[in-house]
Design a protein around this ligand. Structure first.
Ligand code: DAH
Length: 346
């Protein structure tokens, strides 16, 4: 009898010291298992009198129940301590729920320029063009010289430039720099587009920004013609606007193309009546383009006797404004979540 009580009090003391469920189960096996201390006592009953068997048996039963209860309580205590610990660690403040949801929705929106840029990249990828990237900080050679705009050439005034203090580096004024980098690293025939931000030191208004977006395109090969240029530009515009848009082609001067053109589209904001976006002329300059100047091919390491090509520089911001009916370019870089979240959300 007293040894049974000993077993229970020893068990209680040992249980006190355990901190893991596995240890508790081990301890339980040591007491109640087949070779356990309580079982050993029960095994010894075969030599006892019937009277002793009855009392010791009853006592052992009580002890077994006590031990089982102690074990169950201990396991519950250990498990809830574990849960509390992880609750404290991974705390969630549900009072923040609404603002988190709101922020999440806004943050998950895609900027309209990204939406349109990706769409255009897809259109060109499907027509066999590569998509290239280039640095925002450029040197004078890639931004001007290689594009047939030598120092002191009046054409440099067409693009008000943010120069670095060394007067050799600048924030690229156009994505045409990507033409130069693309030519240098490929052999004809090739075709690629290069989207990105460009920078001009300009006064801002509803249709001018200091930082805006362009997508440059170039195709070079042995027999590239103006016909190719017109075909790709028309395909592009009808894919973007999902309908036929009215276009007009005017001669345009850009030192890196000869002949050069301005491709305009009829203003989709006002339908040609005149508004702030089209500067009240009803047409929007959208796609300057032309046949690549031989000097530019040479700068890119390409023999102009064997190859020719076309190039274009698409203004992405105007396109975005047309598509979504945005009448002030400054909204695009405003960083205003109320603006940004109106477009595509995931
Ligand atoms: N780089 C010119 C600009 O920013 C745009 C341009 C015009 C790109 C004619 C071209 C082109 O590729 O052929 O204003």
């Amino acid at each position: 009898m007293s040894s049974i009580q000993n077993i229970v009090s020893q068990f209680t003391a040992d249980l006190e010291k355990t901190a893991k469920v596995a240890d508790v189960l081990n301890l339980k096996a040591q007491a109640l298992g087949k070779q356990g201390s309580l079982s050993e006592i029960l095994k010894g009953l075969k030599d006892a009198t019937p009277e002793e068997r009855k009392t010791i048996g009853a006592e052992a039963n009580v002890a077994k129940n006590q031990i089982e209860e102690l074990v169950a309580n201990k396991i519950t205590a250990l498990e809830s301590a574990e849960i509390n610990k992880s609750l404290l660690k991974d705390k969630v403040d549900f009072s923040m729920r609404d603002s988190i949801l709101e922020l999440g929705l806004q943050a998950a929106g895609m900027h309209p320029v990204s939406i349109v840029q990706r769409e255009i990249e897809d259109i060109f990828l499907s027509m066999g063009f590569e998509v290239l990237d280039g640095p925002h900080i450029e040197d004078e050679w890639h931004n001007f010289e290689a594009l047939n705009i030598p120092a002191n050439h009046p054409a440099r005034d067409m693009q008000d430039t943010f120069w670095f203090a060394d007067m050799k580096h600048l924030l690229r004024t156009h994505t045409s720099t990507i033409q130069v980098r693309g030519m240098k690293t490929r052999k004809p025939p090739f075709r690629f587009v290069g989207p990105g931000k460009v920078f001009r030191c300009e006064r801002t208004d509803a249709s001018h920004e200091m930082c805006f977006h362009q997508l440059e395109g170039m195709m070079v090969g042995e027999d590239v013609t103006i016909g190719h240029l017109i075909y790709f530009m028309k395909t592009l515009l009808s894919e973007i606007f999902k309908k036929e848009v009215e276009v007009r082609l005017r001669p345009g001067f850009f030192p890196f193309v000869e002949p050069g053109f301005e491709l305009d589209i009829k203003c989709l904001i006002c339908g040609g009546k005149g508004c702030s976006v089209c500067k009240h002329v009803g047409w929007v300059e959208l796609l300057p383009c032309g046949m690549v100047h031989p000097n530019v091919l040479k700068a890119g390491g390409i023999d102009p006797e064997k190859n020719n090509g076309f190039a274009f520089g698409l203004g992405l911001d105007r396109l975005v404004m047309m598509r979504y009916g945005i009448d002030d370019i400054r909204l695009i870089h405003s960083g205003d979540l109320r603006f940004n979240s109106q477009f595509k959300t995931f």
